[in-house]
Design a protein around this ligand. Structure first.
Ligand code: AMP
Ligand code: ZN
Length: 137
């Protein structure tokens, strides 16, 4: 898509600082750098979000994410590493081209994701699982 910033990076129409490339993915430095070593792994062929991924793309994205994560660990020796991937504005997605964030993490680094657990009863888990399984086919 010509107006998509990550498609333009893949097409080399705008610059990015690349760290890895394979048939299906391109990994490059996030311009915002939540912490040093913050990398994005994006699909090469435009897919807006996780729902639009072909199986081969899905496999390739996580394979590349794991490979680059190991390299980030080797290079920066962070205390932790967060894998973050947003779908839709409500989830915080701002670039509508599938990408996975690899963020080196440190105690007290200020990156926060609130996790408002509801701890529903087991029957609710069974009910929710049933709804999902009905759509899996
Ligand atoms: P998300 O909120 O998950 O859609 O994240 C989009 C990310 O893309 C943000 O962390 C931005 O800093 C990053 N970003 C946007 N434009 C560029 C660019 N031209 N090069 C590298 N990273 C970018
Ligand atoms: Zn795109």
């Amino acid at each position: 898509m010509s107006n998509c910033v990550f498609c333009r990076i893949v097409a080399k129409e705008i610059p990015a600082t690349l760290v890895h490339e394979d048939e299906h993915t391109l990994a490059f430095m996030d311009i915002g750098q939540v912490n040093p070593g913050h990398v994005l792994v994006a699909v090469k062929h435009h897919a807006e979000n996780i729902y639009a991924l072909e199986d081969a793309q899905a496999a390739a994205v996580f394979r590349a994410a794991a490979k680059v994560a190991r390299a980030i660990r080797g290079a920066f020796e962070p205390q932790g590493l967060s894998v973050y991937q947003a779908n839709g504005a409500a989830a915080g997605q701002t670039v509508l081209h599938l990408h996975v964030h690899l963020v080196p993490r440190y105690e007290g680094d200020g990156m926060a994701l609130t996790w408002p657990v509801k701890n529903p009863p087991r029957e609710k888990l069974v009910e929710y699982a049933g709804k999902i399984k009905a759509k899996l086919g």
